[in-house]
Design a protein around this ligand. Structure first.
Ligand SMILES: C[S@@+](CC[C@H](N)C(=O)[O-])C[C@H]1O[C@@H](n2cnc3c(N)ncnc32)[C@H](O)[C@@H]1O
Length: 283
């Protein structure tokens, strides 16, 4: 559903983001997605089954893979829990949809329409294929588009979200687009990593996370100020930092580790970084 053709990358930076995700093929995302067809590019929450680590070699890796996927799925389920009373006729917007795992979680739960946007053509094609495999293609559509300027229809959406995708964009531009797309009373939800203002500026670990992903994580205070400036009134805040630690500890010991695990653990443990769910209502 769109007002006009969706514009794609506008800046050199966005072109570089698109390229990164076009070529990103970390085994950790591919292998976990193969388990049930839900491909997530975000992290997990909740307690792990530590017995997974004590199994004989081959079984150990399979069990760790299943555990990581279970925790990522728990994160996506928590986000969906906060989308409000969505019905099958409703339309939702997934900003920075990756391989579409979150859009499919919402479809499976509510039977609703979903529009997902990503800068990456490869991701859009894969996500479309996964939606077909899940029997969701009639209601779930993926677009190559800039989430700051989607071309999608104004006030057509009952809910929208960013799952670990706001750190690639300017917050005022992002929330202005969500406010344009959402119906009055519609729900916005984010799960994101934020700099803890109490710590000060970005710690070394946060700077390495930015470097690793080519992103720029926001400060917590800036996040809330930008929401308020854009008619998004905060309804719920959950600090998920402690709930994120078991996932990173398990991933650190897995053959699927990507090298960024130590930085996430130290950033969470030295309180320079917080993993948060934030839900807001469009007023
Ligand atoms: C860490 S991934 C998160 C993917 C997905 N939300 C998930 O939870 O699996 C970040 C995503 O943000 C997308 N992204 C970054 N900047 C964007 C922009 N300006 N417009 C649309 N998508 C963007 C990337 O293409 C990528 O799909």
């Amino acid at each position: 559903m769109s007002d006009k053709p969706a514009p794609t990358a506008h800046t050199k930076y966005q072109e570089s983001v698109a390229k990164y995700w076009d070529y990103e093929n970390n085994k950790i995302n591919v292998k976990l997605g193969e388990i049930d067809g839900l491909h997530h590019h975000h992290y997990g929450i909740g307690e792990t089954d530590v017995a997974a680590l004590e199994r004989p070699d081959e079984m150990r890796e399979e069990k760790i893979k299943a555990e990581l996927h279970r925790l990522e799925q728990a994160q996506a389920d928590l986000l969906a829990d906060h989308l409000g009373p969505v019905v099958a006729d409703d339309r939702l917007f997934d900003a920075g949809c990756g391989h579409g795992g979150g859009s499919l979680v919402a479809f499976q739960r509510f039977g609703c329409h979903v529009d997902g946007v990503t800068l990456s053509t490869v991701q859009k094609d894969c996500a479309t294929q996964y939606a077909e495999q899940q029997g969701a293609a009639l209601k779930v559509t993926f677009h190559v588009a800039d989430m700051l300027n989607t071309g999608l229809k104004s006030q057509a959406y009952a809910a929208s979200w960013n799952n670990e995708s706001d750190m690639y964009v300017n917050l005022d531009d992002l929330f202005a687009e969500h406010a344009r797309l959402l119906q009055r009373g519609g729900r916005y939800v984010a799960i994101t990593g934020l700099i803890n203002d109490v710590y000060g500026m970005a710690s070394r670990s946060v700077s390495r996370i930015n470097w690793h992903y080519g992103c720029d994580v926001h400060k917590r205070a800036d996040y809330f100020k930008a929401l308020a400036r854009n008619r998004l009134a905060v309804a719920t805040v959950i600090d998920l930092t402690q709930a994120a630690l078991p996932y990173w500890r398990l991933r650190q010991q897995s053959h699927l580790a990507t090298g960024i695990e130590d930085d996430f653990l130290s950033a969470y443990q030295d309180s320079s970084f917080q993993y948060m769910l934030i839900a807001a209502d469009r007023i």
